[in-house]
Structures are given as structure tokens and as C-alpha cells.
Design a protein around this ligand. Structure first.
Ligand SMILES: *[C@@H]1O[C@H](CO)[C@@H](O)[C@H](O)[C@H]1NC(C)=O
Ligand SMILES: *[C@@H]1O[C@H](CO)[C@@H](O)[C@H](O)[C@H]1NC(C)=O
Ligand SMILES: *[C@@H]1O[C@H](CO)[C@@H](O)[C@H](O)[C@H]1NC(C)=O
Ligand SMILES: *[C@@H]1O[C@H](CO)[C@@H](O)[C@H](O)[C@H]1NC(C)=O
Ligand SMILES: *[C@@H]1O[C@H](CO)[C@@H](O)[C@H](O)[C@H]1NC(C)=O
Ligand SMILES: *[C@@H]1O[C@H](CO)[C@@H](O)[C@H](O)[C@H]1NC(C)=O
Ligand SMILES: *[C@@H]1O[C@H](CO)[C@@H](O)[C@H](O)[C@H]1NC(C)=O
Length: 672
């Protein structure tokens, strides 16, 4: 009997040893046989394209066609011992010409060569609203997520997370990497930059530890310090045999998600990809046409450009050598801090002093050595130097803007490609911390909220009208409203979106904006206007009143996401706009104020810029110096449906449409 048992074991081990394959590598997918579904496709030049840019809820899965043994029986662990595995891949996320993006992609381990029951949009094709958190899914994933979903406790729209049977990540962090040899310098990475990013995922059986790192392809060394590292016992998560692959989805906004190369191995480190063999990303059609025109009509210019480029390179090299020396032009602009002071203030940009990081860069808390004043130092790393001087000119003129509802910019500093901006420190953090933390939201009463809304409105009015030229904020959102010790709301980050738009790299120039806050015309015209700020402010009004994000996950809805303004309008249409109020306020608010804030929010959220009020009107409404037009006719509200390019009139039935205070005879807003 014992002999038989041993024989079985030996046979089993033999089978393990001879098991067909424990690794693969694809430097491009030209002849690769993968199991694809949904929108996933291998393009003619060998790119694995998981989603395309068709505007609809889509998803795509791509799995290696055979499975791998990832778990062996073990006497010490009843559910078996998970083997080490390692993978490396290169991905790129392309957004629409000027756009915001779809939802992101994930590396996944699944019991099937696909993901059954995965849903698009915020579910990344991995789960659906019913099976989230169900341990019988046996899905392990690493997400590269480009949209923020507060209901999954996500903190920003550019993060990497480890997911075990759920999209609420076990651990997550804003996308960034640590440069080789300098494990304290954290460099932000934009996942939607459109350029190639390398990812490494390693699980070690003995340590039960998983590490995840990313790095831009321009810096193709595996970082010594991983972005994410976690101790995970996967023995009850993984089945004995698992398929490996990718899952990706788009929502109402879409992007192209590409994998350029992929290497995987069980029990050892994945073989490094040969980056030189990876297929190139497609150039987009309009750019290609432009390139042809340029090539033909300016052939002579090319020579000139290369001479200029060579000169620029020589100048750049020289400048780089002398980087510690201040350039002449810098002395033209006031409010310059010395780098040494800021370095000291932030204790060398220590991670402990990091207050947060977002699209524009990282923010550190600092104490100025001389005055012991607490400040916030924002560090923006530029990929190239052009535009920096212009930007400094702009920043230092922004430094002259002074208003009690703007976060005061104290000064700036440039060091090599880093731009450092020094702001007043705001002890109570940003508005969304209060609004989307159930504990804090309890004490975040209506009086505070209304005061903050009035404050931001007057700050915006000052930007729009209080200065010789109109200053467009471009990125009004809850995240950019900061709170001082007395809970006064102050707008931060004004003018910074401009820097991004100057587009250091013309390949990736895009309008900066945040999903749900960005006026629809921006994606068409690319031109930021005061009335686009009004649109964003409208989203903040609705958010403060309802306690919901501009685009929220609604579990009961067929689609993954619900646009807040549409929902408020539905309540209004049903005759009970106050039903949209935040339930955590427990009905404690002034009905007139709440009613005003919600209606004004809808008014500001209209797709046609001309129909939105100006900030001056908004301030008058909020101060009670003017009242909303009595004749708001609901079916003439023109809302954008978030398709990015299109707008539509909501097809509401005609009955019961007038607002409760409508006089009925009044003139209509012309329908769009
Ligand atoms: C979106 O997809 C659904 C089903 O996949 C389809 O019925 C619908 O017509 C599509 N909508 C658009 C705007 O393409
Ligand atoms: C991992 O978890 C399983 C239960 O799922 C347990 O039996 C096993 O001892 C754990 N392994 C370690 C090393 O903690
Ligand atoms: C988890 O999924 C299994 C299989 O799909 C199902 O039978 C079970 O009821 C689910 N559990 C929960 C808590 O939903
Ligand atoms: C999100 O985080 C909060 C606080 O950390 C926690 O109470 C809540 O359960 C989390 N939500 C989910 C869906 O895990
Ligand atoms: C994760 O990273 C740490 C620090 O570099 C390293 O010591 C550890 O061995 C790594 N673990 C895995 C699973 O690669
Ligand atoms: C083994 O995994 C199953 C789920 O696959 C789980 O129900 C069971 O509790 C696990 N066993 C132990 C000892 O954790
Ligand atoms: C705001 O910050 C001040 C100073 O740090 C603190 O005393 C106050 O309690 C904070 N308010 C809230 C609501 O957290």
C-alpha cells in the first residue's frame, strides 16, 4: 500500500517535472495564439489591443491558451502551496485625440481562459456587482486603473492596485516609480500618457510576497524598490491550475489599451523582454496626414529643424552640466525660492512629508527654516524644458493673485526639469476627504458646506473677473478645493492645467480635465473658457449637496456608472429634488438653500456653454441677491451624456416637467 502511494507521488512529481511549459515570452504578438474575447484583437503588426475607441461599454480579455500549475499539494497547508511566479509586460494606454480615458487594464489569474461574468466600465472586465468579494471567483489581478471609483475606495484616477476577488484593492498606490539607485525619489507616471510603460509582477512562494513595479520605457530598468509590496497568502485564492492574461474595459469614455510584449514564468524570474523587438504603437490618422503634409511642403524645413535640434541639444547639454546655476531669465521673475531652502524645508522631499500626489506632481509638507512657517511644496517634473520659462512667467503673475478663497502661491523654484511651487499650507486637506469619508462627513454639516460653496464661487469670480485678464482655472473639482483651519474653502492649482496643455510632448498633448468635471465642449474645442469652469463648479455644487461623485457606480443600474446630474434631474422631474440631498445630513439643511444649490448645479451642468450662468450670476444667486429664473423648464435643460464628443437632449416626457415654482407662462430655454 505504502509502495503504491509512493509510486503515485513519484509519478506525480515526474509529471510536474515534464509538464509542458513553465514559461513563455512574446516580444510582440505577431504569431501568438492567445485566447481572445470581447474587443481584444491582435493587430497586423503584432500589438495586442484589448479595447478600441468605440464609444460604448466594452471590454476585452486575452489569455495564454494553456493553463499553468500554480499550486501543489502540501502537508503543511491544506489548501496547497502556491508556487512562485513572475511576469513582465509592456503596455500603453491611448486616449482619444483630446480626451479623458476609459477605465484601465489588469493582469489577471483566472481559473478559465477568460473571465466569466466580468463587466465593463469600472469593473475592468474582472467582476460584476454580484460576485465582487466572493471567494469562489478565484480571481487574482493587478489593476492599472485610470478612473477613480470612490465606491471601491480608490483615491485617484491614476493608480495601481492588487485585487483579490474584488476591485477593492488589498493595496494600492498612485502610479509612480523609484529611479534606480535612488529609492527615495518617487516619480509620478501618468498611465494614460499614451507612451509605453513596463510592468513587473513577482510573487515569491517562500516569502508569500508580491511586488509590483512600473517604469516608463525611457527608463527600462526594474526599480530596486517596488511600487507595491504585500504579503499575501494566495493558497485559497488560486486553484491548482490557473490561466494568465489581461482584462480591460472602457466605460462611457474609452481608450485603446495595448500590450506590446509579455513574458511569464513559474518558479523563476520572467525572461526580460527585448524592447527593441516590440512593435510600434500606431500613429493616429490625423497626425499621419499632418505628417505627410509637413513632409512634402516643408522638406527644406527639415534640414533647418535638424540643425536647430543639434544646437538645442548642445545648449541643453551645457545647461544640464551647469544645472545648479540659475539661468539669467529666472531673475526676471519675483518670488523665487532657493532650492536649498525647499530641500531643507521638506527634509529632502522625504516620503514621510508627502501630502499627496496627483496628475500634476507630488505635494510635500514643509517648514521654512527661517520663519518656521508651514507650507505645501508641489513638485512638478517636466519631461522637457521647453515652455518652462513661459510657465514661470505665468506662475509668477499668478502669484500676484490674492483672494481669501484662493490658496496663496508664495513662490516658485526651478531645478533642472523640476518646478517647485510653494503654497500656504491647508491643515484640513481637501474637500473630497470630508465628503467621501463617512466618519468625517457626519460632522460636515450643511452650514459648513454652503459656506464653502459660496467661498469657492467668489474665488472663481475673482479669477474670472477680478483681474485684468480672465484667468481660467481649468480644473475645478472637489479634490482641488482645500480647507484652512477655519474650514474656509480655497481653490488650489489654478493655472496649472495650462502647463499640461502646453504639452511637453506633442505626441501626448491633451486637454486636461477630470472625468465628470470636464465640460463637454472642451473635448471638441480644446479651448478652456470661463464657462467651462462654471460647468465644473456645477459638478461641485451637486457633489456637496448629494454627497455623491459626478460619476458614480450605481449597483442597481444596468450600466456601470450613473451621471450625477442626470440623477438629480430625475429627482427634480419627479417633483422631489430634495430627495437628491446627502442622506448623511439627515434632513438637517435649509430647504431653500438646498433647493437652490441643486437647481443651480443642474443649470451650470448644461452642455451648451451659453446656457450656463456666469460666475457673477452664480454668486448673486448664492448670496440671495438674485433668484433663479422662475421659468426653469426641465425638458429644455441640455445635459451632456459624457460621450466625450456628443451632446444630447434628455428624452424626458413632457408631463410633469416644470419645476415646482414654475409659473408656466414663462419663456422657455430654447431646446438644443
Ligand atoms: C452599446 O452597446 C449595446 C450592447 O452592447 C448596444 O445595444 C447599444 O446600441 C450600443 N450603443 C451605442 C451608442 O453604440
Ligand atoms: C495560508 O493559508 C492557508 C489557509 O487558507 C493556511 O492553511 C496556511 O497555513 C497558510 N500558509 C501560511 C504559510 O501561512
Ligand atoms: C459565490 O458564488 C457562488 C458560485 O457562483 C455562489 O453559489 C454563492 O452563492 C456566492 N456567494 C455569495 C455570498 O454571493
Ligand atoms: C472603504 O474604506 C473605509 C474606511 O477605510 C471602510 O470602512 C469601507 O468598508 C471601505 N469600503 C469598501 C468597499 O471596502
Ligand atoms: C520585493 O522587493 C523587496 C525590496 O526590493 C525585495 O527585498 C523582495 O525580495 C521582493 N520580493 C519579491 C517577491 O520579489
Ligand atoms: C481552502 O479554500 C477554500 C476555498 O477554496 C476555503 O473555503 C477553505 O476555508 C480553505 N481552507 C482553509 C483551511 O483555509
Ligand atoms: C481643521 O483644522 C484645525 C487645525 O488643524 C483643527 O483644529 C480642526 O479640528 C479641523 N477641523 C475639522 C473639521 O477637522
Amino acid at each position: 500500500m505504502a509502495f503504491l502511494q509512493q509510486l503515485v507521488l513519484v509519478l506525480f512529481l515526474l509529471r510536474l517535472a515534464s509538464s509542458a511549459t513553465d514559461r513563455f515570452i512574446f516580444n510582440g504578438f505577431k504569431d501568438a495564439k492567445l485566447t481572445l474575447d470581447g474587443t481584444a484583437k491582435i493587430t497586423s503588426n503584432g500589438l495586442l489591443r484589448l479595447t478600441n475607441e468605440i464609444h460604448n461599454l466594452t471590454m476585452g480579455h486575452a489569455f495564454y491558451p494553456s493553463n499553468f500549475r500554480l499550486k501543489i499539494p502540501s502537508s503543511s497547508s491544506p489548501n496547497g502551496t502556491v508556487l512562485s511566479f513572475s511576469t513582465q509586460f509592456v503596455f500603453a494606454i491611448r486616449t482619444k485625440a483630446f480626451g479623458t480615458s476609459g477605465h484601465g487594464l489588469a493582469f489577471a489569474l483566472s481559473p478559465n481562459p477568460s473571465i466569466i461574468g466580468g463587466r465593463g466600465a469600472n469593473y475592468l472586465g474582472l467582476f460584476n456587482q454580484n460576485n465582487m468579494g466572493n471567494s469562489s471567483e478565484h480571481i487574482f489581478a493587478v489593476e492599472f486603473d485610470t478612473a477613480q471609483d470612490a465606491s471601491f475606495n480608490e483615491t485617484d484616477e491614476n493608480h495601481v492596485g492588487i485585487d483579490v476577488n474584488s476591485l477593492v484593492s488589498t493595496v494600492a498606490a498612485s502610479a509612480a516609480y523609484y529611479r534606480a539607485g535612488n529609492t527615495s525619489a518617487r516619480e509620478s507616471i501618468s498611465l494614460v500618457s499614451g507612451t509605453e510603460i513596463i510592468a513587473w509582477i513577482d510573487y515569491r512562494s517562500d516569502l508569500q510576497q508580491i511586488n509590483v513595479s512600473i517604469s516608463p520605457i525611457t527608463d527600462p530598468v526594474k526599480p530596486q524598490k517596488p511600487l507595491l509590496s504585500a504579503t499575501l497568502n494566495l493558497s485559497s485564492v488560486l486553484k491548482d491550475f490557473m490561466y494568465v492574461g489581461f482584462s480591460s474595459s472602457t466605460g462611457k469614455l474609452s481608450s485603446e489599451h495595448y500590450i506590446l510584449g509579455w513574458s511569464f514564468r513559474v518558479n523563476g524570474e520572467a525572461q526580460p523582454l527585448n524592447l527593441a523587438l516590440l512593435p510600434p504603437l500606431p500613429t493616429d490618422g490625423s497626425r499621419r496626414r499632418l505628417a505627410v503634409i509637413i513632409a512634402y511642403s516643408f522638406a527644406a524645413g527639415v534640414l533647418l529643424v535638424s540643425v536647430l535640434a543639434a544646437t538645442a541639444y548642445a545648449v541643453y547639454k551645457r545647461k544640464k552640466k551647469l544645472s545648479d546655476i540659475m539661468e539669467g531669465w529666472e531673475s526676471e521673475y519675483p518670488h523665487r525660492f532657493s532650492y536649498r531652502v525647499l530641500y531643507k524645508a521638506t527634509k529632502g522631499f522625504k516620503e514621510k512629508e508627502l501630502l499627496g500626489s496627483g496628475g500634476f506632481g507630488s505635494v510635500y509638507k514643509g517648514v521654512l527654516p527661517k520663519t518656521s512657517e508651514t507650507v505645501a511644496v508641489k513638485r512638478i517634473t517636466q519631461n522637457a524644458r521647453q515652455g518652462l520659462r513661459e510657465f514661470v512667467a505665468e506662475v509668477s503673475s499668478l502669484g500676484r493673485l490674492r483672494h481669501r478663497n484662493l490658496v496663496q502661491l508664495q513662490g516658485w523654484c526651478r531645478r533642472q526639469n523640476d518646478l517647485l511651487l510653494v503654497y500656504d499650507f491647508m491643515p484640513n486637506g481637501s474637500l473630497d476627504c470630508f465628503l467621501f469619508d463617512d466618519e468625517k462627513a457626519k460632522s460636515f454639516d450643511w452650514e459648513k458646506r454652503f459656506k464653502i460653496l459660496k467661498g469657492i464661487a467668489s474665488g472663481l469670480l475673482y479669477l474670472h473677473e477680478g483681474w485684468e485678464q480672465v484667468v481660467v482655472h481649468r480644473d475645478v473639482k472637489a479634490n482641488n478645493v482645500l480647507l484652512d483651519a477655519e474650514m474656509n474653502g480655497k481653490l488650489g492649482d489654478f493655472g496649472l492645467a495650462r502647463l499640461h496643455e502646453h504639452g511637453q510632448n506633442p505626441q501626448t498633448t491633451r486637454v486636461v480635465g477630470t472625468l465628470g468635471y470636464m465640460a463637454p465642449e472642451l473635448s471638441r474645442t480644446g479651448k478652456a473658457t470661463a464657462s467651462a469652469d462654471v460647468f465644473s463648479y456645477g459638478a461641485v455644487l451637486l457633489e456637496m449637496a448629494s454627497g455623491k461623485r459626478p460619476i458614480e457606480t450605481m449597483v442597481s443600474e444596468e450600466e456601470g456608472e450613473m451621471v450625477l446630474v442626470e440623477w438629480v434631474l430625475k429627482n427634480w422631474q419627479g417633483g422631489g429634488i430634495l430627495r437628491a440631498m446627502d442622506s448623511r445630513l439627515k434632513g438637517k439643511f435649509l430647504r431653500e438653500e438646498a433647493d437652490l444649490v441643486l437647481k443651480l448645479g443642474v443649470l451650470c451642468s448644461q452642455a451648451v456653454p451659453d446656457k450656463r450662468p456666469t460666475m457673477r450670476q452664480v454668486v448673486q444667486y448664492l448670496d440671495g441677491d438674485a433668484s433663479l429664473p422662475k421659468d426653469l423648464i426641465l425638458n429644455s435643460m441640455v445635459l451632456h451624456d459624457d460621450l466625450g464628443f456628443d451632446q444630447l437632449v434628455l428624452p424626458y416626457p413632457h408631463s410633469g416637467l416644470q419645476s415646482s415654482d414654475s409659473s408656466g407662462t414663462a419663456k422657455q430655454f430654447t431646446s438644443y
